[in-house]
Design a protein around this ligand. Structure first.
Ligand SMILES: Nc1nc2c(ncn2[C@@H]2O[C@H](COP(=O)(O)OP(=O)(O)OP(=O)(O)O)[C@@H](O)[C@H]2O)c(=O)[nH]1
Ligand SMILES: [Mg+2]
Length: 693
């Protein structure tokens, strides 16, 4: 479309619980606007937005897909977000670049966990919201029950703009509450419908709903309110701007019924988005940094070109696609583009307006647009792109921290290099995926948002990059320390024929406070150990500490004082003193009440009240200490300290314990002594492993 006007753009995220019907809705929207000529089905694996192999296999959305639709003079960017909790990173980034969201709620299941999540994010980001009550054709679908659910759990400002005509098998169409018109569909997947009189049995309900809607609209406009109270009949063209204002100011959240798979009510939803959702020009200026200075970037089509990268997709055939949202200005594809966050120039090969997997090329992009650019090399998720010379950076997208980890090992040793390059690509694509080589345990640890997330990453590594990985529970980076002081002599002497070896040290070992590490003190007087050998003594100790005396874990929080020793004019050497020091270490530490230390994590769990007891009881069984409980709105926040060893499967356990309603974060706090009986097992295990080696 040449010369598109940004006031005609609507950028909308479809959000909601897994399986509520977002992808089916996006498909119906694409069909109704002529982008596709066949209404695909999630079950048949032929929808526009669930095009990935894993998506087809699992029949869930894993990635946000963008559908660019042109309809009745409007340009819609529909961002079909995944609903499954493991892919919440994609949900956040899509909402960050949308101007409004349609929260899809199943008319059968009502408000669910991820419905609440989408609502919370929309509140946090101040987005316009409409609720689409889907699956109205299914057994047990109930519009008014779902509406009360929404009002009770999310917002009492949810107001129907449309009512269903019939429900379950009798669901046939929708009633426009404001204009009091009925639209009766063929309900066969086609978009055919007829305008009809409101059925007799729904007339009262429809007029009550209109009354309620009018009251809510005039609340947003004092002048209309006066006239309404005076009993004046208000015209539609007066009500619409007031309604639009109320929706924009989040004083009213429109509710619409529908069935995505039967394609009922979808056109009304598109029209509602067109008439009530903000255009990019209606959006408030966005906060940004210009150098050190905080500024605001207005959504001005004539301002400087700025855009945010919110997603990267790597397709084995097409290669890398970077998805941008334009926040101000415009740009033609023959101009250079500049990655301000990285300070690097990028080359534009094409602007692709996506329709699922593929897209159509356009020459110009303008404020409000969602565009994919192939083969940008340095651009990562969260980077700001602009025209060269515009030194503006938008705040990065906030992603949740990973909660679930596995240790990975290539089944074939030769795949180490391939794995490294596969990981670097995957990490670029998915900011909720983390990888770390643990320096203490030597584990390669892959972390993400849950077991399904990591499963999908592992199969991607296998299918895309041909690396087969074995997984294990990550090892705990235990450490060792001492509880009392000791003194020990280490004497290394070999004097039989030729040049001998001689080193002799007396060392005192003292415990240090937690987290201090290692200290070495030289208290030699009178040259009992010559100055030149003292660094060798320290080095010998540091090396010996790497493999503790109990179970081979690093020894920490120990002070070693070298206070006496002896040497031999000819036979002493640095090597001999190093060995003597390590002998003193082994003897001395064993006599200083050595103990095992384990990492303790600060864990914060957020759950609805009804799960509080279960969560606390579970922490008891994990050797956890409850540090405090606060309430946050309708939720309870439990703070606890729990050993890392007890936390590896917690993401999965918490999810099943709370039917997915609980969330947690975890970070390292400190090291603490392992209880005696558990330490005994760890030490025995280490001895077995030592012997096997
Ligand atoms: N009967 C009926 N089934 C529906 C409707 N909408 C979706 N479904 C079915 O519900 C299932 C889930 O639909 P999706 O469109 O994949 O739901 P989603 O919200 O995209 O799911 P995720 O992306 O995994 O969060 C599929 O089997 C759909 O065919 C509807 O209006 N009526
Ligand atoms: Mg989906």
């Amino acid at each position: 479309m040449a010369g598109r006007l940004p006031e005609n753009t609507r950028t909308v995220a479809l959000t909601g619980h897994g399986g509520s019907g977002k992808t089916s809705l996006a498909e119906a929207m694409a069909f109704d606007t002529g982008v596709t000529t066949r209404l695909g089905k999630v079950e048949d694996g032929n929808t526009l937005s669930d095009f990935g192999a894993e998506e087809k296999k699992r029949q869930i959305s894993i990635n946000t897909s963008v559908l660019t639709l042109d309809h009745a003079g409007k340009r819609y960017y529909i961002l079909d977000c995944p609903g499954y909790a493991d892919f919440i990173g994609d949900l956040r980034s899509a909402m960050r670049v949308s101007d409004g969201t349609v929260i899809v709620v199943s008319g059968v299941d009502g408000v669910e966990v991820q419905t609440e999540k989408a609502w919370d994010f929309a509140e946090e980001m101040g987005l316009t919201v409409a609720f689409y009550i889907n699956k109205m054709d299914r057994d047990n679908a109930d519009f008014s029950r779902t509406l009360s659910d929404i009002r009770r759990y999310l917002s009492d400002k949810a107001v129907p703009l449309f009512l269903p005509i019939g429900q379950e098998a009798n669901f046939k169409g929708v009633i426009d509450v404001l204009s009091q018109k009925a639209y009766v569909y063929k309900a066969d997947g086609s978009k055919e419908f007829k305008e009809e009189e409101i059925p007799q049995d729904l007339a009262q309900e429809a007029s009550d709903a209109r009354e309620e809607l009018l009251e809510r609209i005039v609340e947003a406009d004092d002048e209309l309110m006066m006239r309404y109270l005076d009993g004046e009949e208000l015209a539609l063209d007066e009500l619409l701007p007031a309604l639009k204002k109320a929706v924009k100011e989040r004083k009213l959240f429109p509710v619409l019924p529908g069935s995505s798979t039967l394609n009922v009510g979808v056109l009304q939803l598109l029209d509602t988005i067109a008439s009530l959702f903000p255009s990019p020009l209606d959006m408030p200026p966005r906060k940004a940094l210009k150098g050190e200075e905080e500024i605001e970037v207005a959504p001005d089509p004539n301002g400087p070109f700025t855009a945010l990268c919110f997603k990267i997709m790597v397709d084995p055939y097409v290669g890398k696609l970077s998805f941008l949202r334009v926040f101000s200005g415009k740009l033609t594809s023959d101009r250079p583009i500049y990655n301000v966050s990285k300070g690097e120039e990028e080359r534009i090969s094409a602007f692709k307006m996506m329709k699922g997997k593929d897209g159509d090329d356009e020459k110009e992009i303008i404020v409000g647009d969602i565009v994919a650019i192939p083969k940008l090399h340095s651009t990562a998720v969260g980077d700001t792109l602009a025209e060269k010379g515009t030194d503006i950076i938008f705040p990065p997208i906030k992603f949740p921290k990973p909660v679930y980890s596995v240790a990975v090992l290539p089944k074939s040793r030769n795949d180490e290099d391939k794995l490294a390059s596969a990981l670097s690509k995957l990490l670029e694509e998915d900011p909720t995926l983390h990888f770390e080589k643990n320096a203490e345990t030597h584990d390669s640890v892959l972390s993400g948002m849950g077991d399904v997330h990591l499963d999908i990453m592992l199969s991607r590594i296998k299918e895309r990059y041909g690396v087969d990985l074995e997984t294990q529970t990550p090892k705990v980076p235990y450490r060792e320390t001492i509880k009392k002081s000791s003194k020990a002599q280490g004497k290394y002497k070999k004097q039989s024929g030729g040049r001998g070896q001689y080193g002799d040290v007396h060392i005192e070992f003292q415990p240090l406070p937690r987290g201090t590490g290692f200290e070495f003190e030289d208290r030699i007087v009178g040259g009992a150990v010559p100055k030149s050998y003292i660094p060798a003594v320290e080095k010998g100790l540091r090396e010996a500490m790497q493999k503790g005396v109990l179970a081979g874990y690093p020894t920490v929080d120990v002070k070693a004082i070298l206070f006496f020793g002896s040497y031999h004019e000819v036979d002493s050497s640095e090597m001999a003193f190093k060995i003597a020091a390590s002998m003193a270490f082994k003897k001395g530490i064993k006599e200083a009440s050595p103990v095992l230390l384990e990492p303790i994590m600060n864990v914060e769990v957020v759950v609805p009240e009804e799960y509080l007891g279960d969560v606390m009881g579970d922490f008891n069984s994990r050797r956890g200490k409850i540090m405090g409980i606060d309430s946050r709105g309708r939720l309870q926040v439990v703070k606890a300290q729990v050993p890392l060893a007890e936390m590896f499967r917690y993401a999965i356990i918490l999810r099943s314990m709370t039917s997915g309603r609980g969330n947690f974060t975890m970070e390292f706090s400190h090291y603490e002594e392992v209880p005696h009986d558990i330490a005994k097992k760890i030490i025995a295990q280490a001895q077995v492993e030592e012997e096997e080696e």
